[in-house]
Design a binder for this molecule. Structure first.
Ligand SMILES: Nc1ncnc2c1ncn2[C@@H]1O[C@H](COP(=O)(O)OP(=O)(O)OP(=O)(O)O)[C@@H](O)[C@H]1O
Length: 313
């Protein structure tokens, strides 16, 4: 990251579909070279926001710039400098990897097309399977091909909409190695994801629910910004313990994490008073620990209202 102007700087962005406000007064500043994560439940407006940022969708209100271009008046220039990977695989299944990349390079009028396609195949580790049909690739390789395609014109900004949905953990790790490499080379990456292991790899995070940004900031600072405290407990009869804990003053949230419960609250002392009598039972192992992103997001969601529910009905 650098001291250069922000790559994205927008405020007041709103979008309505019918009588439903799906993005409401959204603002964001994205520094150059950042990996910026968009998190939030399904239908919270992440894709709609991404589409407004790159000029594919006109906001009903709001203003700002993307890569120094005005999002309302210079959307064509924005599109030239942005690589956008949509949620759905949108390349041609009956073309080979090389043919797909060649086609994309023609569309973007990439100079030295053959050489750029060769480079893209090599950079993304696709050269050994360049003559394989895209439709026959596994999910992970499809995503890699889609990434290669949107990098062909050397964009300064990558907008990745759930790029690793349904992809196995190894392929997801490889994909994120690539994202980090791009960010190290100065490419700014805005990426939406539902995976917490990916969220913690972002420099910054915006959490969006029901069209509204609930929080944004450095990923490492978000738990402190929310001020949530957590105790982790492992041991027998967790379902019963969960019910007991839920009724206690100071306990605002109890969530299952694998073989443990995470018990959280915003008043650290009140939370301690709640769990203190239970610490004596040595069947359970209790540890006070910093709140993680996942419980923070559960907490934020619990405090927000579903303004879509009425409209849907
Ligand atoms: N073209 C459209 N017309 C009408 N409603 C739309 C349109 N596009 C999106 N929506 C609605 O806007 C809301 C936000 O959708 P959006 O795809 O932006 O959410 P999202 O956060 O990206 O969701 P997901 O995590 O499931 O991808 C949803 O309720 C969706 O149904």
């Amino acid at each position: 990251m650098s001291n250069e102007p922000n790559v994205i700087e927008v405020s007041g962005l709103s979008k309505r579909f019918g009588d439903k406000t799906v993005v409401d007064d959204f603002a964001i500043s994205v520094p150059k070279g950042a990996i910026y994560g968009f998190l939030g439940p399904n239908g919270s407006g992440k894709t709609t926001t991404i589409r407004m940022l790159c000029g594919l969708l006109t906001p009903d209100a709001g203003s700002g710039s993307c890569l120094g271009f005005d999002i309302l008046r210079q959307s064509d220039l924005i599109k030239e400098h942005v690589g956008y990977m949509t949620q759905k695989f949108s390349l041609y299944s009956d073309l080979t990897i090389r043919e797909n990349l060649d086609f994309m390079a023609r569309m973007y009028k990439v100079p030295n097309r053959r050489q750029k396609v060769d480079e893209a195949l090599k950079d993304l580790g696709l050269h050994n399977r360049s003559s394989q049909l895209a439709g026959e690739l596994s999910g992970g390789w499809k995503q890699r091909l889609a990434l290669a395609a949107c990098l062909l014109h050397k964009p300064d900004l990558l907008l990745l909409d759930e790029p690793t949905a349904g992809v196995d953990p190894k392929a997801r790790r490889d994909f994120w190695d690539e994202i980090r490499r791009l960010s190290d080379n100065g490419v700014t990456v805005l990426v939406s994801t539902h995976y917490m292991d990916e969220a913690i790899q972002c420099h910054n995070i915006a959490y969006i629910a029901y069209g509204q940004k609930l929080i944004d900031g450095p990923a490492t600072a978000i738990p402190d910004m929310v001020g949530l405290h957590t105790w982790r407990v492992e041991g027998p009869d967790l379902a019963e313990l969960e019910q007991t804990l839920k009724g206690l003053d100071g306990v605002e949230q109890v969530a299952r994490f694998g073989s443990a419960l995470h018990v959280s609250g915003t008043d650290r002392e009140a939370l301690r008073r709640a769990v203190e009598p239970l610490l004596k039972n040595t069947a359970w192992q209790w540890t006070e620990q910093p709140a993680g992103l996942e419980e923070v997001f559960i907490h934020l969601m619990a405090g927000s209202t579903d303004n879509f529910a009425g409209a849907e009905a």
